[in-house]
Design a protein. Sequence first.
Length: 309
Amino acid sequence: MRVSLIATDGSTKVYLDNVQIAGTTTSANPASYDFQGVGFQFPPAGVTTSGTVTFTCGAPFDTVAPGGETMPNTSPGVVLGPGNASITLHFSTLGLTDVHVNHTRGFTDLDNPFAQPFGGDIGADVHEITEASPDGGTTWYLVRNYTAGRPYDWSGWGTVVEQSGDAAATHCYNIPDLTVRISLVVPPENTTVRSWIDNVQVTGSPMQIYLAKDKPYYIEAIMKESDTADNLSVSTDGVAPIPGSFLSTLSSTTIEKQGNSVVITWTDGGVLQASDNVAGPYIDVPGNPASPATNAITGNTRFFKLRPN
C-alpha cells in the first residue's frame, strides 16, 4: 500500500491516521483460507504438534469466550486427540516477572465439551497437562495436570512458580523464548477423550529496572504538541522526579577522517572515552579533550564513546 501526496506549492500537507485493511472472510473454515497464494498452513512456523491435532472452527470456539462474549464464527481453536497428542508454542517473557501460563480448555469424552460436568469421570489414567520450559525443553515445570473432565471454559491460574511449587521456575521469567507444551495423555485403549484448546497466553508483571552507578541510560519520549506547557519528568519511584542535574540531552556525535587523524565532534558536553575493544573497558581519553577532539591514526582499531560529565 502506498499513500502519496503530489503537490507543487511547497506548503500543502496531508494528515494520515488509522490506515487499515479490512474485508470479508472467504470461509468459516480456516482450512480454506488463502494468503497471497500460499494457502493455509498448520501448524505455522514456531508451532509443533504430535499425535492427532485438529485446527478447526465450530463449537465451542464459535460459541463462547471467557466472560461469555460471543466469538466470531471464524474463530478457530485446536482439538487434541483422540489418543496421545500435544501442541508446543513459543513465547517471549522479556521484561516480565510473575509469569502466568494459561489457556481456555475443555477436557471430555463427550462430543460437546459444554456438556461435560466439572470433575466428571472420563476414565482412568487420563491427563491434560500444561508445562513450561525456559531452556528449549530440557527442563519442564508443571503448570496444570487435569485428571478429571471439565467443560470448555477459562479460569485463572497462579504464576508458574505457584503452579509448579518449584522456586526454580523463576527461570521462566524475563527470557526471549519460553516453550509452552499442552499435552493429552491417555491409555492406548482410550479413543474418546479429547481436549479443546484456545486462547493460549503468557502474561506477567513488568520487571523493575535497576540502574548501575555511573552508567548512562537513554530515555526516549514522544511528546504530543499542545497549547500548554510540555514537560517531561523521570522518576525512579513514580513520585519524585529525578533532578535535572542528573539528566542531559543525548549528544550529537560525528566522526570524520582528516588526513592522518580522526576528528570527533559532539555537542551537549560529556567526557570522551576510548577502548581497543568495542565491548570495553573504556577509559577517559587523557587530557579530557573538548570537542572537536583530534586523534592520530596509529593503525590500531579504536572505539570511542561519551560518558556524562
